[in-house]
Design a protein around this ligand. Structure first.
Ligand code: FES
Ligand code: FE2
Length: 404
């Protein structure tokens, strides 16, 4: 089996593996230092939702796509942040983002085209479907039909409206609000080294689903920040492969990286030389704050964006990424079966169904707060990060103040 890593494991990840080994050897679960509560209003209050929209989804870099989704000379519409955005990659290879809005009379430039998740369209320019104003992939207005009839309008002021966009670790980030450039690598605060070592930049899309469910987005985030529920909720599906709540976790600013121990780690353990070996011992799970997860199954990775179109809705965008040496006809049946198990059974019928049930119960008033134990400290940390971001004491690393 090919080794996706070409460099030694990053020291921070190696330390996490060491902690997993210690937990296994001593039979001791790593626990948080304190219990805590989160108010249930956070999942139902429109005012809180507005604050999240203004700060987190408005001002923070958000993962819009995997790098492989945007090949050179293509454009990919992205509307999960509530404004129409188009990502482009010109011949220079750089990923850029623009408001997907024509500067003539506002038509959408690149349309998703149908109910399926949007795919990048190969193109050398963006041509508006209304009157054919044409833009370079770097946003400059190239051509206006009957341009002589627009005297007095300076074409230099009619380029596409650019949004901050950068790429690191195989992920394309965008900010919904105009402002200065930011560094995606700096934003990741060390996680980019983990993602490189894991081979994320070289992976490729097998399947993508994009659906809306009746649950606040944070309920689905919560579900992936603790291993406490695996033994119960996933008893019939994945628990046979996992140890009971042995998770080690590190913080990289507001981001989190966890190793959720598998039973195999308790049977035979040696320092993993590559991603495949690591994923036999544990399921690495990264939260790229605030709303993106990477979940490393034994031979592929789930990239999941959890967006928030309304206070009681999550838009779940799950992209299944596979290794580049396992593509093609021979592999399709394998990936299809795996995808069915994870997306349709484990995620939809177990994790998401639970989030939807919780949302329904919130309106009953049974709970004013949820009670988190010390095996759920990752959840507590996530919610504190949200409070700090809304309060302005937590700002994204990597710079790029927003102007809007
Ligand atoms: S609205 Fe785009 S060319 Fe007219
Ligand atoms: Fe789960």
């Amino acid at each position: 089996m090919s080794n996706p890593s070409t460099t030694p494991m990053p020291a921070t990840l190696a330390d996490l593996v060491h902690r997993l080994d210690q937990a296994r050897l001593t039979g001791t679960r790593e626990e948080g230092e304190e219990v805590g509560t989160v108010s249930t209003r956070r999942y139902t209050d429109p005012a809180h939702w507005q604050q999240e929209q203004a700060s987190l989804f408005g001002q923070w870099p958000i993962v819009a796509a995997h790098s492989s989704e945007l090949s050179k000379e293509s454009a990919l519409p992205f509307d999960a942040l509530g404004v129409p955005i188009v990502l482009t990659r010109a011949a220079d290879g750089r990923a850029r983002a623009f408001l997907n809005v024509c500067r003539h009379r506002g038509m959408t430039l690149v349309r998703a085209g149908g109910p399926e998740p949007a795919k990048a369209k190969p193109c050398k320019a963006l041509v508006c479907p209304y009157h054919a104003w044409t833009y370079e992939l770097d946003g400059r207005l190239r051509h206006r039909l009957h341009a002589q009839t627009f005297e007095g309008f300076d074409p230099a002021t009619l380029n596409l409206v650019e949004l901050p966009c950068d790429e690191a670790g195989g992920l394309i980030f965008v900010k919904r609000t105009r402002g200065e450039a930011f560094s995606a690598a700096a934003f990741l605060q060390g996680l980019d080294a983990h993602l490189h070592w894991m081979g994320l930049p070289g992976m490729t899309v097998f399947r993508k689903v994009d659906r809306v469910y009746a649950a606040n987005w944070k309920l689905t985030v919560d579900a992936f920040l603790e291993g406490y529920h695996i033994r119960v909720l996933h008893r019939e599906t994945i628990y046979p492969f996992f140890a009971d709540a042995y998770t080690v976790n590190l913080h990289a600013g507001p981001h989190q990286d966890s190793l959720v121990a598998r039973r195999a780690a308790f049977e035979a353990f040696s320092p993993p030389p590559d991603r495949y070996a690591l994923c036999k011992l544990a399921t690495p799970t990264q939260l790229v704050f605030p709303n993106t997860f990477l979940i490393w199954h034994p031979d592929y990775v789930s990239l999941i964006g959890m967006f928030s179109p309304a206070v009681d809705q999550v838009r779940w965008v799950h992209t299944m990424l596979i290794p580049p040496d396992r593509t093609g006809e021979d592999w399709n049946a394998h990936w299809e079966k795996t995808f069915q198990l994870i997306e349709q059974t484990v995620f939809q019928q177990e994790d998401i169904a639970t989030a939807v049930a919780i949302q329904r119960g919130l309106t009953s008033g049974a709970n004013t707060d949820f009670h988190l134990g010390r095996l759920e400290h990752g959840v507590l940390r996530f919610h504190r990060g949200i409070d700090d971001a809304i309060g302005g004491t937590l700002v994204p690393a990597g710079g790029g103040a927003c102007s809007g």
